[in-house]
Structure formats: C-alpha cells, structure tokens
Ligand binder design. Structure first.
Ligand code: SAH
Length: 543
C-alpha cells in the first residue's frame, strides 16, 4: 500500500484509455447557488474560466470552507474538470451540468492514471479550445507535481494559470489545533516529503539537517515511512521525548489526531491503525494540541445529525449544524416538485399567505413562469407562516407584512386577527395536500379563498447507505410531517419501530403530532418552530 495515494509512482500505470468516465454531478438545478456565486465573483472582480486555458487549481485539504473563491469560480465555469481523489464533493457539485468531470486520481480498477496521460489529456482539451480545471488537493505546488504539469503545458504552448490552495500542512494543522509556528516553541516550519524514505532510507536524505532544523517538521506522505522518520531523526540528534502527532484526513468530518512522543509515535500509530492521507508533525507545538483542540469544544462536535430532506433549505440547515461541529447528513427523504398547477389570479387579493420556505420559492417561480414580477403582489398583504418562510421570501425580494410569533397555522390566524385584517379575497400558497385549517377558517368567515398548490413534497427512495446513516444518527431532524412519513416508509415495515429507537427532533407541533401518531415520542420540539429553533433544540439535546 502506498501513503499519499494519488502521487505514487510505484503503482501500476493507467493506460490513458481508462479514465473513469465523466460523473454526473449534483450541481444541477441549483441556480440559486450559481447566482450567489456569480455575485460574489463579480464583487471580487473574478473572471471565469477562459477557453483554451488550463488552470492548475488547489482545492484545499478537504473542508469545502477552505476552497478559494477563485477555485470555486473556475470550477463553476469550466468545460472540463480533472480532479484527484481527495477533493471536496461540494466543490465538484458547483460544476455546470454540461461540464465533464474526470477523476484522474484513479482508473476504473482503483489504479492511478499515469501522469503523462493526464498531461496529454489536458493539452489536447486545451488545444480543442476548452476551458480546463485541473483540481489538486491542497496547494498545486506543494508535493502536487504542479510544477511538472505547468512545465509540460507551457512547453506544449498551452496557456496556463496556477491558483494557490490551502495546503494540508497549514490547513490540517489549524484544524488539529497545532500551531505550525509559535512565538515560544517554534520559529520555523519545514514541509518535508516522507515519500521515498521507505525505499532507500539512508540515501539522499539529509537527516542531520532535518534533525537539527530549529522548528516544526511537517511530513507529507509519511504514514508508511513513520518508523524510519522517527528512528533517523532520533539517531541524528532529535530528542526521543519530543512531542509528535499524526493528523489523518485533516479538516474533514473524519479527522483524527493521534499523539505520542517522537520515539513512541510509530508504535502508537500502528496500534491506532493510522491510514493515509495523513501528516506527521514533529515539534513542541504538537504537545499543545490537547489544550488547543478547538474542534472538540464545538457544541455539536462529532455528533451525527441527519436532516431529512433535500434542497437549498436543507443545505443551509446542514451548514449551520456543521459550523457547530456536527457531521451533518442530508438525507433526501423528500424533495419538492412543482405541481404544474397555475397560479390563481392575485387580482383583488388583499392577503397572500405563504406556508413554508418551499412555498415561497414556488410562488416566485410561478410568477416568473407566467412572465410576471413582484408587482403582481402589490395590492396584497403578504403573510409568512414563520421566520424561515419570511427569510425565503426576503431572498426573493419580498418583505412579509405579517410573521406570527408562533410559527404554525394557528399562530398565523392569530396574527391576521391581531392585525385586524379582514380580506374579502385571499390566496394561500401551500404544498399540495397540506393542512386545510387556514383555508377552512378564512372560508368560515366568508373570505373568497384560492389555494395555490404550486408544489408538492414527494418521498424519495432511500439507499442502504442512507438507511444506515439514519440508524447510526445521534439525532434526526424533521421539518415537516411529510418528511416523517417519507422516512418511516423508507425504513420499511418496521419503520415506526426504528424511529422509536432514534432521537427525533420536530420543527413544531404539527410535525411532532405526525411523530406521536406513529408512537414516536419526539426527543425535542423546536421553539421557535424554525430552522434556527431546530438547531437550538439539537444543541440543547446533544450539546
Ligand atoms: N498538494 C497537497 C499534498 C499532496 S501529497 C497539499 O498541498 O496538501 C499527498 C499528501 O498530502 C498525503 O499523503 C498527506 O500526507 C497529505 N494530505 C493531503 N490532504 C490531507 C489531509 N486532509 N489531512 C492530512 N494529510 C493530508
């Protein structure tokens, strides 16, 4: 086995004919994401990927938050993306639906694509006039053979650009709470390759200089060579008691830090079954990690939290959970689809009620589809069922006039009364098959009510992986009754029983009722009944 994987020359070579074919990617149909990225790119004055140019782009150490804006912009606009194994999926998801994605980190049978095949492919694609992004883990010029790739491209007359990335030597150390330098402990840092030490340990390596280096040593690709690194450094004068650490999969959800003295580290790492990709850190700063382990101090550190729906709103919720340290798993148990029903006339409507963030999106989409804009709402008061819906409306340029403090239909009715609204005509935008309470109440008062069921939530079949994520979750978040039913059905005959064994958190009373109807006692009910409330309830339960 080789450490470091993607750069290992000892692996059998690919033939160049076996590139893993372009993958489908989930970036499709997320126009909102693209627009926001375009705006950011414009404010930072960042151009797009140009035809005939190859971009050697650093993708950072794994955490999508450590991708540069330039990298994101280039991936989002390129014709072709060639990437390594360790690149954040969220970054790849930004690629255009028409873009071709190639995994050159491996060929079909798990071997690596030969460097010369990758180079030849890049040259050919550029000469065909395509814009090509070559995504590399970390920084392209730090142990990434970026220098060689650049030389080949320029030699072939291809225009190229290099985009720096966060190298794992800084990114993973930051995530592990190990400062690379420290005013009192380390005034220098060296990035060293561990590769090759295993083959001819005594040749070509100036162990004396490394051992006497006055600061932190960071070894890349050194899992296999760890015994040699430890032995040679000590043999050449480094203290066997010096603190050291191995950081595996740094910055990712699976990050693990194993600490020991320099002398003990090989044994401890072997016992802990340490695997690549990993960095070996040698220096007094490695002894600080325990007290500086900021990740462990995050309120939801390492907790597996499942969000039971797909789409932009779920992605936002997952982002918030993640920034609190959770391993947020987006389970696409339900998805939202337009029903294709026409938008009822808004003419003469004094009140438009919007019942969920998805309904807000559907309303905006339906207006556009009919060639209308927000002026169609000019004569009406707009009521949102809760702050989450009000946020979604605001993103579409609509400021809600009414947002009840209790984010349920009952609260909305109270708010309408409190505001003294007595509409003669009202339009309610809600999911197909949603609660009829609001329509019934208004109709009971003689209001002419039109229900706009512009979207519906449909259950999605879940895969084995999804179901095992669910079973292993520390908490499962439900934002609607339809998500409860979809998850129960996806779990099969004993769905309700499985849910009873899990800590389920409901966004509000309606969702909680859907759970109790199945005999599942929610572990918490969010209050306020909003995505923020869900996050708070999760921290309250698990934090
Ligand atoms: N260009 C990359 C390094 C490529 S060499 C960079 O700048 O980071 C591959 C080696 O990088 C791996 O063997 C491992 O030692 C290190 N590495 C890359 N990503 C890592 C991560 N997330 N955590 C720990 N080590 C990582």
């Amino acid at each position: 086995m080789s450490d470091g994987g993607m750069l290992d020359r000892s692996e059998p070579r690919g033939t160049g004919k076996h590139f893993v074919p372009p993958k489908s990617h989930a970036g499709h149909g997320r126009p909102g994401t693209q627009n926001r990225l375009d705006e950011l790119a414009a404010s930072l004055r960042l151009g797009q990927a140009e035809p005939g140019v190859v971009y050697l782009v650093g993708a950072g150490p794994g955490d999508p938050g450590l991708v540069t804006v330039r990298a994101a912009r280039l991936v989002a606009t390129a014709d072709v993306v060639l990437h390594d194994l360790l690149v954040a999926q969220e970054l790849l998801d930004l690629a255009r639906p028409e873009a071709e994605l190639y995994d050159v980190g491996k060929v079909g049978d798990g071997r690596h694509v030969a460097q010369e095949d990758t180079n030849a492919l890049m040259v050919r694609l550029a000469q065909e006039g395509r814009s090509v992004v070559r995504l590399k883990g970390g920084d392209p010029f730090v142990f990434g053979r970026g220098g060689e790739e650049l030389a080949e491209l320029l030699e072939a007359g291809v225009r190229a650009e290099v985009v720096a990335g966060v190298t794992s030597g800084t990114g993973a150390l930051a995530a592990a709470g190990i400062p690379a330098t420290h005013r009192l402990l380390a005034s220098a840092v060296a990035f060293v390759t561990g590769h090759g030490h295993d083959e001819k340990p005594e040749s070509g390596r100036d162990w004396g200089s490394l051992a006497h280096f006055p600061g932190t040593l960071v070894f890349y690709m050194a899992v296999k060579a760890l015994p040699i690194v430890s032995r040679e450094l000590i043999a050449h004068g480094r203290s066997p008691d010096e603190p050291a650490a191995v950081i595996e999969r740094g910055t990712s959800d699976e990050q693990r830090v194993t600490r020991a003295t320099l002398a003990e580290l090989p044994k401890v790492a072997r016992a802990a079954r340490v695997r690549a990709p990993a960095l070996v850190v040698v220096g007094d700063v490695a002894g600080l990690g325990g007290e500086l382990d900021w990740r462990a101090m995050r309120p939801l550190d390492g907790k597996r939290v499942v969000v039971t729906r797909a789409g932009d709103h779920a992605a936002q919720l997952a982002g918030r959970l993640r920034s609190l340290g959770a391993i947020a798993i987006e389970l696409p148990a339900i998805r939202t689809e337009p029903t294709g029903e026409p938008l009822p006339s808004l003419e003469g409507a004094q009140l438009v009620c919007v019942s969920s963030p998805a309904a807000a999106d559907a309303l905006r989409a339906a207006l556009s589809a009919e060639g209308k804009d927000l002026r169609a709402l000019a004569g009406a008061k707009v009521a949102a069922v809760g702050p989450g819906t009000a946020d979604a409306l605001r993103r579409h340029g609509i400021t809600a006039d009414l947002v009840p403090t209790r984010a349920v239909t009952e609260g909305l009715i109270e708010a309408i009364d409190a505001a003294g609204l007595k509409p003669s005509r009202a339009v309610i935008v809600q999911a197909k098959g949603g609660r009829t309470l609001l329509a019934d109440t208004l109709r009971g008062r003689g209001v002419d009510v039109a229900v706009a069921a512009l979207h519906e939530t449909l259950p999605e079949p879940l895969g084995e992986r999804d179901l095992s994520d669910l079973r292993g979750a520390d908490a499962v978040l439900f934002a609607s009754g339809s998500a409860v039913h979809a998850v129960k059905d996806a779990l099969g005959a004993d769905g309700a029983e499985v849910l009873r064994t899990l800590r389920c958190i409901a966004i509000g009373p309606t969702t909680a009722t859907a759970l109790t109807a199945l005999g599942v006692e929610p572990a918490a009910v969010a209050d306020p009944h909003t995505p923020d409330g869900l996050v708070e309830a999760t921290v309250g339960l698990l934090g």
